[in-house]
Design a protein around this ligand. Sequence first.
Ligand code: GLU
Length: 483
Amino acid sequence: MANNNARTRYAPSPTGFMHVGNLRTALYEYLVAKSQGGKFILRIEDTDRERLVEGAVDVIYNTLKLAGLKHDEGPDIGGDFGPYVQSERKDMYLPYAEQLIKEGKAYRCFCSKERLEQIQSETVGGGYDRHCRDLPQEEIDRLLAEGVPYVIRQKMPIEGSTTFVDAVYGEITVDNTELQDQILIKTDGYPTYNFANVIDDHTMGINYVVRGCEYLSSTPKYNLLYEAFGWEIPTYIHLPLIMGKDEDGNVSKLSKRHGATGFYDLIDEGYLPEAIINYIALLGWCPKDNQEIFTLEELEKEFDIKGISKSPSVFDYDKLSWFNGEYIKAMTPEQFTEVAMPYYKQVFGDKEMTFEKFAEILQKRTTQLTQIPEMLDFFAELPEYGTELFVNKKSKTNLENAPALLREAYERLKAMPEWTSTAIHDCLINMAVEKELKNGTVMWPVRIAAAGKTVTPGGAVEILDILGREESLNRLEKGLEKF
Ligand code: GLU
C-alpha cells in the first residue's frame, strides 16, 4: 500500500568514491519514497573520522545531481529534522544512552582494553563476557569517582531469539546468544555507528530503511534498540548483492577486476548518467512487464517494492552498453554533439570541423562515447594504407579495376559545381548506372581512398561530404598515386 508519509534516507559515508552499489542504494531509497509520494532525505555519515576524504562530500552532491536524484531534506537545503551531518549531531546521542542506563537496559562497562583483548583471545569466537553487566552500584560509583573510562553497552537478551521481517528477504530469526552486549557509546563519549544510525533514523522520522544486504545480520541489533526505546521499527528493504562475471564463467562480488565499478569511472568510460541509472534500476528490481527503457520519472511511477528480488544480480557491461546505445540513438543531434564534443577535441584539437555532421554517422553506431576517437581518427589524418584494401569480393573490386574506377569517380567529382551530400551521392550513383555497375563497385574504392581504412562510420558519400572538396580530392589523388 502506498504510504505518502514514506521517508527514506540515503546515508553515505564520505569516502570519495561512489560504487555502483552505493548508487543503486541511493536510487532505490529515492524510488521507494517517490513511488509513494514520500520524501527522500540525505544524511552524511561522517563519524568515522579516519575514513574522511577531502572533497568527498562534493562527490556525493555531484553524483546525486548527475543522477537526477533530488533530495527533499539534507545538509545543503536543510529541513525540519536537522542537522543532517552526523558529526553535527554528536551531542544528541549520549542522553539516549543514559536514558537506557536509567531504565536498566544499558550499563557502563569499565573493562580495560587489555582485559578485553585477553578475553577475546580466550573465548571461542571472541566476544564480551558481560563482566560489568551487573556491577553493584557502590562499585560503579567508585569507578566513576576515580574517573575510570567506560563505554556504554546495551543489555542484550541472554536467551530466546529475535525475529524480524524484511520486505525482500522475508522473516529472519537469530538466536540471542549470538548477539553481544553491543557498545552504544565509546570511551570518548561518541556513539558507535550501530547506535547513531538508529537514533538518527528514528529522530528523522525515517520509516523505510533501504540498504545493502551486508547489513542484514546487524538488523536484529538495531531492532533491539528500537524495542528498548519503545519506538516503531521501520520497514526494512535489504538489497541483493551485485556480482560481476568472472573469466571462468562464475560470478563473484562486483569488484574492479570486472571493470569500472565507480559511477564516475563509468562516465569516464563513455556511459551516460541516464543510461547508468536506467540500467542500475534493473539490478535487483523487475518491472511488471518487459519494459527496459525507463526515464527516472517513469521509474518513480512504476517502481514497486514487491518487484525487488533477493537473488544476486549480475552487472553485465554488455547490457549496459546496449542501454547506452539506446540512449545515444534517442538523443537529438544537438544533444549528441554536446556530449561527444570532448571526444571530438581529442581527435581534432582546436581544429574547426562541421561537428554536427558527425552525429548522423555516429549516433547509430556508438555504444560508448569513448569509441568515438577511434571511429573518427581517419578524418584528422589519412592513415598509411596499402592497395590491398581496394580488393573486396562483395563489391567486385580488385587491383585491376580499382585504378580506373577511382580515376573516373575522381574526374566526375572534381567536375561537380557544388559539393553537397546530395550532389556527391547522385554523381557516384549515376556513374554506377551509366557503367552498369553495382553501387558498391564505385563506392568501395572511393571510400578506401577517402578513409584509408576498411571500417568507417558512414559510407563514401558521408565521408566525402564531411571532408569537403579540397581534402576529398587530395585523398583520391593520393589513392591514384598508389597504383
Ligand atoms: N554510512 C553507511 C554506508 O555508507 C550507511 C549504511 C546504512 O544505510 O545504514 O555504508
